[in-house]
Design a protein around this ligand. Structure first.
Ligand SMILES: Nc1ncnc2c1ncn2[C@@H]1O[C@H](COP(=O)(O)OP(=O)(O)OP(=O)(O)O)[C@@H](O)[C@H]1O
Ligand SMILES: [Mg+2]
Length: 262
């Protein structure tokens, strides 16, 4: 198998510095990581440790001061194989739900005539069938975030980047969307790089968790999440299992240590 098909994301020695001289901030220093195709990798760490910076590098929105970023075998660049979901949905309020997704489809080169069917199928996939004509501001926060996920999926990304996508949602909506994203990624075979502050969310979603520390931002630990689960596993049972509690506790300890690491 070619390295391209195995390695979805490769960051090698990434350092990002903002500003110059005495006021310079080193957001991340010498970060290397590999995400294999189909993995669900979660980045955790204290505020300011450079999680968003790393996602922006992978998305091609940001240039590293040094180091290289490769996505699906090519240098990281906007739209090249990646889709991104932010903490806030960031939808266009002047467009309908379908219009927001249609915009992403158009940018992806999907002919106008094919867009309505694609919009309907993407909305179905995130549980929002029949809402294409609605105004985005008529939707709840959780529904808006689903539209943002559908929009990110519109370009059929091989790598989905998610930056604390559920942080602003109530607990029940968050649980539902966690399940949906996990099932969606598994069924589409999408590689996911996901940022969160929550040990619980990391263990629930991730196949591997990378723990970062700040000043300068760097990866200090890696935890393999070997939770026994398959598509038939009942999410509530999974959350209630001893294995889940043990992994969550272990990760929370490592995160606490990393947060106080100098
Ligand atoms: N455009 C910028 N100009 C200057 N400094 C920046 C810029 N963007 C980020 N930084 C700094 O880089 C560091 C890492 O920021 P980043 O947003 O990546 O952290 P984070 O881990 O995502 O934090 P949070 O959990 O709060 O979202 C911080 O010290 C931040 O102040
Ligand atoms: Mg951030």
């Amino acid at each position: 198998m070619s390295p391209q098909s195995e390695e979805a994301v490769v960051l090698d020695g990434i350092t990002v510095r903002y500003g110059k001289g005495g006021s310079a901030v080193t957001a991340v220093e010498d970060v290397s990581l590999t995400v294999r195709a189909g993995e669900f990798v979660v980045l955790v760490g204290p505020s300011g440790c450079g999680k968003t910076t790393l996602l922006r590098i992978v998305a091609g929105f940001e240039r590293a001061t040094s180091g290289t970023g490769v996505v699906q075998g090519a240098p990281a660049a906007p739209g090249r194989g990646t889709g991104i979901v932010f903490q806030q949905p960031r939808l266009f309020p002047w467009r309908t739900v379908g219009g927001n997704i249609g915009f992403a489809l158009a940018r992806h080169g999907v002919p106008r005539a094919e867009r309505p069917a694609r919009i309907a199928s993407l909305l179905d996939r995130v549980g929002l069938g029949g809402t294409a004509g609605r105004r985005t501001w008529e939707l709840s926060g959780g529904q808006q975030q689903r539209v943002a996920i559908a929009r990110a999926l519109a370009a059929e990304p091989q790598v989905l980047l998610m930056d604390e996508p559920f942080a602003a949602l109530d607990a029940l909506t968050r649980e539902r969307l966690q399940e949906e994203v996990r099932a969606l990624a598994a069924s589409l075979g999408t590689t996911v790089l996901f940022v969160t502050h929550s040990a619980e969310e990391a263990v629930l979603l991730g196949t591997r968790v990378l723990v970062m520390a700040a000043d300068p931002g760097r990866i200090v630990a890696e935890v393999d999440v070997d939770l026994t689960r398959d598509s038939a596993t009942d999410p509530a049972a999974l959350r209630g299992s001893a294995e889940f509690a043990r992994l969550r506790g272990e990760l929370a300890d490592i995160m606490r240590e990393a947060a106080t690491a100098a």
